[in-house]
Ligand binder design. Structure first.
Ligand code: GLU
Length: 478
């Protein structure tokens, strides 16, 4: 069998949408599973809609998600260039071949004329399509139109008959050619149309499997006709169902954040995001819902992708993020949390200690952005107390607990994991209190809030000095 080659071919018109990220992920997993190549191709010929920053942003998001490419922009490869805007002469050459073979013809219709035809067909209740007005244009007539200043586009002569798309996910789909209408392959300004550029590139880049969203299924019969006309063998096709919002409409801004960047900025882990996207709507068989990269690759199969649309469920993504945060090694977690720590005074703070802090905080957070809720507890200095903490410190006996804690800690060389049992038993004995009456005031004094990481995890990381300072602050009434 030929070596698997798949591609992700975004048009850089905006941020990477999570629906497109899912397409990219499926391609990447398929490549990894079959020891193939994952190619990134930028489809940037639609100049009017181009967003210059988008190409960079898409690449950054792909890399963040772990979807780095084997060939493509910034990486190179034997099949380049990988930007369609740099492949103009290639499209010209293949368009010329089709012209010579009589498979395409120049079309001089103006946008206004095309719009009129469209309206006429719609009024008759027919599918709008090009009816072949310029198919039989005589050379004299063509010259006449050129003299008027018209520049032709090139249209493909759709043959009669039917075209069958054999889709890995949907099975065989038959399309009536007469409903397609002769379509443009080169625009009048010399730029290629999507279907043509995609076919030329997929063929020349020796793509074996085209895995993309179902919204492209209507393009596939056109593309198959082009493969035939150009004399190329077509790849295999797999069109996955679209990603929908909870209300069943295409996932869009109305449903909340839709770009990968937004989720990254909210503190989602790439692992959780990838895990969620592959879980969504099938794509993996057997095993549990939480997957490592290795498991995702192992269990991935195109045949397992559901034919019904995938419904985006933020709650599930949040749950997976929590699980992946919990599973993460402290050093890794610190690396991922870095962008969320920029506003904290961390100069001179030791990496190892900070990683331990992350390890303690991780039990209480769902997104990395929430690290900021608990990090101040561990940093030196005064700690503001919320209403619940103030109330806990106003309870009967609370100050006695704080006073006793201060006495016990003062006499110790340091507060560490080993002497915690000693500290607590001394406190219990001297105050005759236990449970909440004992722990709540201490928690309130040391952390300023009643929820958060466990006290026994916090104390050794705070250390004797900071603990004493915070206890004294409460006792001093300051
Ligand atoms: N540029 C197209 C898109 O972003 C690519 C479609 C395809 O994969 O062929 O939708």
């Amino acid at each position: 069998m030929k070596r698997v080659r798949v591609r992700f071919a975004p048009s850089p018109t905006g941020m990477l949408h999570i629906g497109n990220a899912r397409t990219a992920l499926y391609n990447k997993l398929f490549a990894l599973k079959h020891d193939g190549a994952f190619i990134l191709r930028i489809e940037d010929t639609d100049v009017a809609r181009l967003d210059l920053g988008a190409e960079r942003a898409i690449m950054e998001d792909l890399r963040w998600l772990g979807l780095d490419w084997d060939e493509g922009p910034e990486v190179g490869g034997r099949y380049g260039p990988y930007l369609q805007s740099e492949r103009g002469n290639i499209y010209q050459e293949y368009a010329q071949r089709l012209l010579e073979k009589g498979k395409v013809y120049p079309c001089y219709c103006t946008p206004e004329e095309l719009e009129q035809m469209r309206k006429m067909l719609l009024a008759k209740g027919e599918r709008p399509r090009y009816l072949g007005r310029c198919r039989e244009l005589s050379p004299t007539m063509a010259r006449e139109l050129e003299r008027e200043g018209r520049r032709p586009s090139l249209r493909f002569k759709v043959p009669e008959g039917t075209t069958v798309v054999e889709d890995i996910i949907h099975g065989a789909k038959t399309f009536e050619n007469s409903l397609i209408g002769d379509f443009v392959i080169m625009r009048s300004d010399g730029r290629p149309a999507y279907n043509f550029a995609a076919v030329v590139d997929d063929a020349l880049m020796e793509i074996t499997h085209v895995i993309r969203g179902e919204d492209h299924l209507p393009n596939t019969p056109r593309q198959l006709l082009l493969y035939q006309a150009l004399g190329f063998a077509p790849p295999h096709f797999a069109h996955h169902p679209m990603l929908l919002g909870p209300d069943g409409t295409r996932l869009s801004k109305r449903h909340g954040a839709t770009s990968v960047q937004a989720y990254r900025e909210e503190g989602f882990l790439p692992q959780a995001m990838a895990n969620y996207l592959v879980l969504l709507g099938g794509g993996s068989s057997g095993g549990g819902e939480v997957m490592s990269w290795e498991e995702m690759i192992e269990r991935f199969s195109l045949e397992e992708i559901a034919r019904s649309p995938a419904i985006f469920d933020l709650g599930k993504l949040r749950w997976l993020n929590r699980v992946h945060i919990h599973k993460m090694e402290p050093e890794d977690l610190l690396q991922h949390a870095r962008p969320f720590l920029q506003d904290f005074p961390l100069e001179g703070v030791k990496e190892g200690w900070l990683a331990q802090v992350m390890d303690v905080i991780k039990e209480n957070i769902t997104t990395l952005a929430e690290v900021g809720l608990y990090l101040p507890i561990f940093l030196p200095g005064k700690i503001p107390k919320d209403e619940k903490a103030k109330a806990a410190l106003a309870e009967n006996g609370a100050l006695k607990v704080i006073k006793t804690m201060e006495e016990v800690v003062r006499d110790l060389p340091e507060v560490d994991e080993k002497n915690l049992p000693f500290i607590f038993s001394k406190l219990q004995a001297r105050t005759a209190l236990k449970g909440k009456s004992l722990f709540f005031p201490i928690r309130a004094a040391l952390t300023g809030k009643m929820e958060g990481p466990e006290l026994r995890n916090i104390l050794p990381l705070l250390g004797k000095e900071v603990i004493l300072e915070r206890l004294k602050e409460v006792l001093g009434g300051s």
